[in-house]
Design a protein. Structure first.
Ligand SMILES: *Cc1c(COP(=O)(O)O)cnc(C)c1O
Length: 369
């Protein structure tokens, strides 16, 4: 909107250097036999999927994963040439769109494969078969070898790979580690069984970001990297053996500054009452931009001119207020970094009892790129 004007009410900035740094970190850590599949679903976790995918494609990434058909088509319309795997379900009516845009569809189970087969497609559909190894979300059961074999043999399907998903790869609890090994075992046994039936299973993949860092010894063809590509952990307290650097900063602007007196309140509900004379700034971002209202009254700090400032009072739909008493040179239109390299989204997520994945993908289209 208003592209000719420089002023943006609320905006995101991408640090390309940090993105490339993260790719490098991951490449140096992973097995040399596996390749990064960049997960750019949900607008690349709020970073902007086209922009991120273009940077990644220019730096050697050859395969992308999205959640939906719409997300995949957007990448194709914006000239992303690499392979694109849709991790989610696509309605049968849209199978021809998948073929038209040269996309790879996840086959969620045998019954879905049969429904596609019944369409008598002129051209076969590129796909990866999803195997359920215990998460019980999408996938054909790992032990239904006959059905899985039949899917490989279907004329309508051009099966290019097989994958599953780990449910507790981020956990350090003994029972969760045991469960993950059980999932790995089931996936491997399924593949082995298919191979004894002379099926070339093609590309295999199981790990996401946490699967990589906690089970680095695995040697599948792809690692589906989402959150850590963007330089953040899901949870601040997770231990990660990579030196990640955050890619996204969320910024807004100060729109007004005033002085309030002891006893004066701030924002809806008058939750916040000043106990001293204070300088308060209004900032043009709110929960309508995707910043959770549950951050209100948490002592979370945004940055203004390199000074941390706490959010005071309730966050409104389009605005919030911060304490700038300790900053002498603060002015209207000064930039406010809601989260970035110093005040990370990991810390923000902690303050609202969430994970960074949710915070990043909650940002709305009102936030300019
Ligand atoms: C979202 C998703 C990923 C990426 O997970 P991260 O933890 O963000 O790396 C990988 N695989 C599947 C199936 C997903 O849905």
């Amino acid at each position: 909107m208003f592209k000719t004007l420089n002023y943006k009410r609320v905006y995101r900035t991408i640090n390309e250097k940090n993105l490339l740094h993260n790719i490098n970190e991951i490449n140096n850590f992973k097995n040399q036999s596996s390749e990064i599949m960049a997960v750019v679903k949900a607008d690349a976790y709020g970073h902007g999927s086209v922009k991120i995918s273009k940077i990644l494609e220019n730096n050697g990434v050859k395969i992308f994963a999205v959640a939906t058909l719409e997300e995949a088509v957007e990448l194709r319309k914006n000239k992303i040439k690499g392979e694109i795997l849709i991790l989610g379900y696509t309605n049968i009516e849209h199978i021809n769109t998948l073929i038209k845009y040269n996309l790879i569809q996840t086959i969620v189970n045998y019954e879905y494969a049969e429904a596609i087969s019944a369409l008598n497609l002129k051209k076969s559909l590129k796909c990866h078969i999803k195997i359920n190894t215990g998460m019980n979300r999408l996938g054909e059961e790992y032990y239904n070898i006959t059905k899985i074999k039949k899917m490989y043999d279907m004329k309508s399907l051009n099966v290019l790979g097989i994958f599953s998903h780990l449910a507790v790869a981020d956990s350090q609890k003994r029972e969760d580690i045991d469960f993950t090994y059980k999932q790995i075992e089931r996936f491997d046994a399924c593949i082995k069984h298919l191979e004894t039936l002379n099926i070339d299973v093609k590309k295999k993949h199981l790990q996401g970001s946490y699967g990589l860092i906690n089970y680095p010894e695995l040697e599948y063809d792809y690692i589906r990297m989402g959150i850590m590509l963007y330089g953040v952990k899901s949870d601040l307290d997770d231990e990660v053996p990579l030196n990640l650097k955050p890619v996204l900063s969320l910024c807004s602007r100060i729109t007004q500054i005033r002085t309030i007196n002891p006893g004066d309140c701030v924002s809806y509900g008058c939750d916040f009452v000043a106990n001293k004379t204070m300088k308060v700034a209004t900032v043009s971002i709110g929960y309508g931009d995707g910043l959770s209202r549950s951050l209100s009254n948490t002592n979370y700090e945004v940055m203004v001119n390199n000074h941390p400032c706490t959010i005071i009072g309730r966050i409104c739909m389009d605005q919030l207020m911060i304490d700038v008493s300790h900053i002498s040179n603060v002015q209207r239109e000064d930039e406010v970094i809601i989260f970035g390299e110093h005040n990370t989204v990991e810390v923000l997520a902690k303050h609202q009892n969430s994970i960074t994945n949710e915070v990043l993908t909650s940002l709305t289209s009102r936030i300019e790129h």
